[in-house]
Write a new protein. Structure first.
Length: 253
C-alpha cells in the first residue's frame, strides 16, 4: 500500500487478550481513518481464543498491521510497552481491542497537535455499554496538569497521543492497573500541560467486568499508584485520594 509521507507516521498501540468478538471492529475503525500514514502494533497477551486468528486475517489484507504474540500472560503494561518498543512513528497513539475511533480521529488530533505544538493530547469520547446502551460522553478539558490528573484522570487512554520528537519513547509503569494514568503522570512531570481536543472522536466500551465498573478495586489501585509509583507522602496521597473519591462519586450523580 502506498503511504503519504507528507503525513507524520502514527504508531497505534493495541493490546489484546481474548477479544475475538471485538477486535475486528477496533481494527476496522483504524482502517477507516481519513488519516492514512499509520502502523498498528497489536501485542497479544497469550490469548486462548481465536483473537490471533482474527488479527491474522487483517494482516493478510494490510501490511501496516503487525501482531506481536506473547508466550505467557504478562498483563497490559508489559504488553503495551513491548509494542511501544517496536513503534516507528513520530506519534504514538493508544487504542484498546474493544474500543473504536471515529473516522476523522487521527486527522483532527494530529492537526491539532501540529498546529499548537503539543507533546501530549487527548479528546472527548463516548461511553458505550457492551450491550449497546449509550452511557454518556466524557468531555475533554482544554488542558490538564500533573496535579489535575492526580485528582481525576481526565485523559482517556483510547484518545491519547504523544509526540516522540518532543518526549522520546515513554513507557508505562509495570503495574497491573492504572498503568495509563502512570504514563500520563510520567509525561506531565516533564511538560507543563497536556491539551484536549473537545470534539468527541472515539467510543469506549464499558464491560460489566471492567476495573472501572468495580469501584473498590479501582480505588485500591489508585492508592497504590500514589504511594508505590509516584512515591507521594501519606498525607499528600490522602489529599489526592479524597479528591479522587469525590470526583468518582460526583461523575456518577
Amino acid at each position: 500500500m502506498t503511504i503519504n509521507r507528507v503525513e507524520p507516521l502514527v504508531s497505534i498501540i493495541i493490546p489484546s487478550f481474548n477479544c475475538e468478538s471485538s477486535v475486528a471492529r477496533t481494527i476496522e475503525s483504524v482502517l477507516n481513518q481519513s488519516y492514512k500514514n499509520w502502523e498498528i502494533f497489536i501485542a497479544d497477551d497469550f490469548s486462548t481464543d481465536n483473537t490471533c486468528k482474527v488479527i491474522q486475517n487483517f494482516i493478510a489484507r494490510d501490511d501496516r498491521i503487525t501482531l506481536i504474540k506473547r508466550s505467557w500472560n504478562a498483563g497490559p503494561a508489559v504488553t503495551r510497552n513491548r509494542a511501544i518498543s517496536c513503534a516507528n512513528g513520530r506519534y504514538i497513539a493508544f487504542l484498546d481491542a474493544d474500543d473504536s475511533w471515529y473516522k476523522n480521529k487521527l486527522e483532527e488530533q494530529i492537526k491539532f497537535m501540529q498546529k499548537n505544538d503539543i507533546a501530549l493530547s487527548y479528546t472527548s469520547y463516548r461511553r458505550i455499554h457492551e450491550d449497546g446502551r449509550e452511557l454518556g460522553f466524557v468531555n475533554a478539558p482544554k488542558s490538564v496538569t500533573y496535579y489535575d490528573i492526580l485528582k481525576k484522570n481526565r485523559i482517556g487512554c483510547l484518545t491519547a497521543c504523544y509526540d516522540t520528537e518532543k518526549l522520546g519513547k515513554v513507557y508505562m509503569p509495570n503495574i497491573s492497573k492504572r498503568q495509563d494514568l502512570g504514563l500520563w503522570l510520567k509525561i506531565l512531570k516533564r511538560i507543563d500541560k497536556a491539551y484536549g481536543l473537545q470534539e468527541c472522536l472515539a467510543d469506549y466500551n464499558v464491560g460489566v467486568s471492567s476495573v472501572s465498573s468495580n469501584k473498590i478495586v479501582a480505588a485500591k489501585y489508585q492508592w497504590r499508584l500514589y504511594r508505590e509509583i509516584e512515591k507521594l507522602p501519606f498525607r499528600v496521597s490522602l489529599y489526592y485520594f479524597l479528591h479522587y473519591v469525590y470526583n468518582s462519586i460526583a461523575s456518577r450523580i
